[in-house]
Design a binder for this molecule. Structure first.
Ligand code: 5RP
Length: 223
């Protein structure tokens, strides 16, 4: 199977987790794009989607799926039973690195607002310990130098993502060279750096379920 076929297979495996008639949180990236396309192709009936990026919102609307702001969703009093999104790395405890597509802040917000986070990924994303994939941080532009210096002091190798601006108008620093032994603690430490809007560790709010595709099929992991 090609990498794209593995992504589509795992996106399809997420469809039974969608609660029809309710709101649905929808993530960002190539795997999430397959999920959006399948939602439309299989004509799943949802009350509306809360998207974690402008790109996903545009794709959803292109299929005629109604998109709500999170504020509208909260004001409606309806919950978001399920959030479906990809990941860049998944460890055995279902802690994640996300943000390869730069949407980490809105992804973390929609994940926090959702009752169940279903992560969809192919086997290549599974690791014993997080940190092989460069960890993205969304940073206020005036703090790029300051945050980079602090990250170097913490043992990382920071690189500013060139020519990239997030949906929130900020920059991204990708940090390589990290071996993340305690994801919950490290997520909190990074949150305390002045100028950091959000970091791509999803450990305090990790995935509840991970669907992982390989040539042998899709397996389900639970936290
Ligand atoms: C975007 C993300 C994506 O979920 C992550 O990068 C995985 O993307 P893909 O499905 O394209 O491999 O966190 O910010």
């Amino acid at each position: 199977m090609t990498a794209d076929e593995l992504k589509r297979a795992v996106a399809r495996a997420a469809l039974p987790h969608v609660v029809q008639g309710e709101l649905l949180g929808v993530g960002t990236g190539s795997t999430a794009n397959h999920f959006i396309d399948l939602l439309a192709e299989e004509q799943l009936q949802i009350a509306g989607a809360v998207a974690s990026s402008e790109a996903s919102a545009t794709r959803l609307r292109g299929h005629g799926i109604p998109v709500l702001d999170l504020e509208e969703a909260i004001a409606s009093g309806r919950g978001i039973p399920v959030y479906v999104d990809g990941a860049d790395e998944i460890d055995p405890g279902l802690n994640l690195i996300k943000g390869g597509g730069g949407a980490l802040t809105r992804e973390k917000i929609v994940a926090a607002a959702s009752e169940c986070f279903v992560c969809i990924a192919d086997q290549s994303k599974c690791v014993d310990q997080l940190g092989h994939f460069p960890l993205p941080l969304e940073v206020i532009p005036m703090a790029l130098g300051l945050v980079s210096r602090e990250l170097s002091r913490m043992g990382g190798l920071p690189a500013i993502r060139k020519g990239f601006v997030t949906d929130n108008g900020h920059a991204i620093i990708d940090v390589s060279g990290l071996r993340i032994a305690d994801p919950v603690l490290f997520e909190s430490e990074l949150d305390h750096l002045a100028g950091v809007v959000c970091n791509g560790l999803f450990a305090r709010r990790r995935a509840d379920i991970a669907l992982v595709s390989s040539a042998d099929g899709v397996r389900t992991l639970r936290a």
